[in-house]
Design a protein around this ligand. Sequence first.
Ligand code: ADP
Length: 163
Amino acid sequence: MSNKVILPGSFDPITLGHLDIIKRIAKTYEEIIIVIGQNVSKTSLFSPETRKEIIEKIIENYKLTNVKVEISDELIVDYANKVGANAIIRGLRNGTDFEYEQFIAYNNLHLNEEIETIFYLARPEHLHISSSGVKEILKFNHKVDNLVPSEVLDYIKGKNEDL
Ligand code: ADP
């Protein structure tokens, strides 16, 4: 059996909460694919290609040699099946995440019995961090230094020099 897992999400942008989960799973699994879902929403901060570029820089800087990143708009269980991954990793912050994730995990299990969903609890210091919160703060021209990896800050500065 392969020891390959996928971590799907929007990562718009990747946050310190995401990075913590990535570092933790990189210690446990042989191969990790971060899968960026296509975001058709006009309110997205970065294009999927830019999100991929940022995450690739982070992977390089943290020497996460068993992690790679791809963009896909496929149904996530189909993508997992295609690449030979046997589990989907998701992070959980609170009961609201759990309700939503439980629903998706049961649907995915119904679609493909072979692919498990594995949950990682967010660290207490990351419970308040979300990509949508970061976008909201940026909209009001406030700094997000303690919410996202420094690699993201370089790209944000590219959009607004004051931040
Ligand atoms: P989605 O848009 O599908 O919710 P996200 O990009 O927001 O995807 O998140 C991808 C994964 O990271 C999800 O499993 C989500 O629960 C998890 N996640 C989001 N924020 C945090 C955080 N602060 N700490 C830990 N996990 C998180």
